[in-house]
Write a protein that binds this ligand. Structure first.
Ligand SMILES: [Fe+2]
Length: 364
């Protein structure tokens, strides 16, 4: 709700109910006019040619409507008024208060049984929203009672977005396989890592369905990378800042491709952590000066210590019919060693498609 507005030379000062006051520059407001003349409602695209707007554009009149639910603005270059809702303006505040922050950073003890959802439930409309919300908040969940075939993986993937094609194909099945180049096919322990540090657009979600398990060991291990980041930032801000600025390269060679990409272990956007990338298996050569080199390896050591602490590791042996789904931009995954037969199926989904599904369901 808007309490009052004041027209300034090149901006509009808006006082919202509560304490929030913000100046919205005229040119920004004019560029975001969503009336019929300036906006195509069918395609959700701008009609205005922004480059032709006067940077010094003026507001002739600004009136509150519907008890502050809207402002109507008369622009110096238009004859009709343009309406802006208070909800729209609040959504685009520069200094958002982050009460709506929905991530729940976790340690092992904070993960409860409700992380398990049944296949039947997530296929229902309300259940599906609840399922997406769970992944959004905690970074993962386990779907139980799935059929043990690729079709089950595909059905879940298509409900969220679509199956991503990668060097491993779209949908994949594997048992331990010595012929493949990737460490994921061994029976050895896999330390917590994120997948595809060698890809500029690492997969957003990974789905892993247990199809057969006649083995000993093979616990799936998950670690909340955002929690690790929070810990490091709190206890060694200098090191955290360093690790969020140094770009670390990852490389994949095999199956006729050489893929390489680089980004910081903690990738920030406007000071907000958006992605954790940590894969000691796939890191390739890069040089820093001597002091920075030492600092980088100190960082690796600290992260390695944290992600291997039992208090940060959620562990679970997937049984046939259980599908683990996790956010690969946040959750590090690993697997303890095993002996015997373990057959898995899975796929990746792009981050942008997961985020789209969240927006469509009013989650993010
Ligand atoms: Fe992996």
């Amino acid at each position: 709700m808007i309490e009052s507005v004041k027209i300034l030379t090149n901006s509009l000062r808006i006082k919202f109910k509560g304490e929030t006051i913000e100046n919205f520059p005229n040119i920004w407001l004019r560029d975001h006019a969503k009336d019929e003349q300036n906006w195509d409602r069918r395609s959700h695209q701008r009609k205005t040619n922004t480059g032709c707007l006067d940077l010094d554009i003026k507001i002739k009149q600004a009136k509150l409507k519907n008890e502050g639910q809207h402002i109507e603005i008369l622009w110096s270059d238009m004859t009709n008024v343009v309406s802006y809702s208070s909800e729209y303006l609040l959504k685009h505040l520069l200094c958002k208060n982050r009460k709506d922050f929905k991530f729940r950073l976790w340690k092992k003890y904070q993960i409860k049984e409700d992380i398990f959802l049944s296949y039947k439930d997530i296929m229902r409309e309300n259940g599906f929203k609840f399922f997406l919300e769970k992944i959004y908040k905690f970074g993962f969940c386990v779907i139980t009672n799935c059929e043990t075939n690729l079709k089950a993986v595909e059905t879940i993937a298509n409900k969220i977005g679509y199956v991503r094609q990668s060097i491993f194909g779209g949908l994949w099945e594997f048992e331990s396989n010595q012929d493949k180049a990737d460490s994921a096919y061994t029976q050895e322990e896999l330390k917590p890592h994120t997948d595809a540090t060698y890809s500029n657009d690492a997969p957003g979600l990974q789905l892993l369905l247990c199809c057969d398990y006649k083995a000993k060991g093979g616990e799936s291990i998950l670690v909340d990378g955002f929690k690790i980041a929070q810990n490091l930032k709190k206890n060694d801000k200098d090191l955290f800042d360093f690790l969020s600025s140094v770009e670390v390269p990852g490389k994949y060679i095999g199956d006729g491709v050489i893929l390489e990409a680089k980004r910081p272990i903690f990738k920030l956007d406007n000071n907000e952590l958006i992605q954790v990338s940590f894969n000691n298996y796939d890191r390739t050569e890069f040089r820093l000066d001597e002091l920075q080199t030492l600092k980088f390896y100190e960082g690796i050591k600290k992260i390695n210590n944290l992600i291997n602490k039992p208090e940060y590791q959620w562990r679970h042996v997937l049984n046939p019919g259980q599908l683990l789904i996790f956010n690969n931009w946040r959750i590090l995954h690993g697997r303890s060693s095993f002996k015997g037969k373990r057959k898995m199926a899975g796929c990746y989904i792009n981050m942008e498609d997961f985020m789209s599904a969240c927006r469509v369901n009013g989650i993010s």
